[in-house]
Write a protein that binds this ligand. Structure first.
Ligand code: KG4
Ligand code: ZN
Length: 364
């Protein structure tokens, strides 16, 4: 038994402004009391990607109101809050400054502790908020800026088993969509187009499949898509659908191989875990084809497949508040008000930086 904790979370690392109040009850269970997310999709869509300066300005304009709204929905005031948790990295530095400074200001004004949270830790611990999952477990984070396979051992204890050596998976979807003339963000557009396509028509490459390491690579796939599209000029709607379906098939096969190896490694190193689990997070986890591939893989390998609801897979502040709650409950020290935002901040400080991984540094 531990005292119930109410935490205010703030998230501004990329193109979502978010505020949330969560409760960690005395049994350690998580409850989302108030949660608001404002997407900046419209501000950025004309540019085909996130524009850092526009993002930072939009965070400034919205954050105060969103925090008020989250508190209101939770039915609490700042005096009921036990700590403030703000994303302080990795991400776009302008946005991080906005969220962290706001967190600091609230901490200063209320005298409450501040936790400067690693955004990736927010993703990594979400399955404990939603499903009360026990450590250790394996997480596949697939978003616009990251593609990582991470062993989650405990709060603050992460081992990166694999990462992309070039493009993140979401980035591969976005770039593929762009070169096929589909709208931004590319993932949902590619998935929609693929519904009418023939996944067997193109045999796209599956880089690193069979490789003993657990890393990922997607830039060759993107190049193959470009070459296929160029060879068909002018491309028809059916061509686009077929390319999208074949692209998703190549990714499915890649994930099956890479993640499959990760599951084997988990079993070899953590054989005593009674119910091993794979958690997926990140915007790409919305993709139904990839989800069902992972689900089947887990079923065949004796793993539980845990995909938190989509609103908690993509960027949100409830996961940041929860990470703060986990840190506070574990007796970890709060951060000083001099803590600095970090555009790069790997979860696993021991992991070697790989060429290109997280190179946009912007999105998680
Ligand atoms: O986690 P997220 O919402 O934002 C950050 O990257 O921080 O992920 C966004 C990424 C984008 O690259 C988007 O194209 C991709 O997730 N995405 C998808 C789908 N929905 C979003 N990719 C494939 N299939 C989808 N249905
Ligand atoms: Zn993220």
């Amino acid at each position: 038994m531990s005292p119930p904790l109410r935490i205010l979370g703030i998230e501004t690392s990329c193109d979502e402004t978010a505020a949330s109040v969560i409760l960690r009850d005395s049994d350690g269970k998580g409850h989302i009391l108030g949660d608001v997310v404002l997407s900046q999709l419209e501000e950025h869509s004309a540019y085909g990607g996130v524009v850092p300066e526009i993002a930072a300005r939009a965070h400034v304009e919205a954050l105060d109101t969103l925090i008020e709204e989250a508190l209101l929905r939770a039915g609490v005031t700042l005096s009921d809050i036990d700590a403030i948790a703000a994303t302080s990295g990795p991400g776009l530095i302008g946005g991080l400054i906005v969220g962290l400074m706001t967190g600091k200001a609230i901490a200063r004004a209320t005298g409450k502790p501040l936790y400067a949270v690693n955004h990736l830790e927010g993703h990594a611990l979400t399955a404990r908020l939603t499903d009360g999952l026990s450590f250790p477990y394996l997480m596949l984070l697939v978003s616009g800026g990251h593609t990582q396979l991470i062993l989650v051992k405990g709060v603050g204890e992460y081992e990166r088993w694999g990462t992309t050596i070039d493009d993140a998976l979401g980035e591969a979807f976005d770039k593929t969509a762009k070169l096929l003339g589909l709208p931004y963000p590319g993932g949902p557009a590619v998935e929609r187009a693929a519904l009418a396509g023939d996944p067997q028509r193109f045999d796209f490459p599956r880089p690193l499949v069979g490789d003993a390491r657990l890393d990922f690579s997607f830039s060759g796939l993107k190049t193959a898509v470009r070459q296929a599209a160029q060879s068909l000029e002018p491309v028809t709607e059916q061509d686009i659908a077929d390319i999208c379906a074949s692209f998703q098939r190549a990714i499915s096969r890649t994930l099956k191989d890479r993640v499959g190896r990760g599951l084997k490694r988990f079993k070899a190193e953590h054989g005593s875990v009674a119910r091993p689990a794979l958690v997926v997070a990140g915007g790409v986890a919305a993709n139904q084809v990839l989800r069902s591939t992972l689900q089947t893989l887990c079923a065949q390998s004796g793993f539980d497949f845990i995909a938190p609801p989509l609103s908690l897979c993509t960027d949100n502040a409830a996961m940041i508040a929860w990470a703060g709650a986990e840190r506070l409950a574990a007796g970890m020290a709060a951060d000083g008000l001099d803590v600095a935002p970090r555009s790069r901040w790997p979860l696993d400080a021991q992991a070697q930086a790989l060429l290109g991984s997280g190179k946009r540094g912007a999105k998680a």
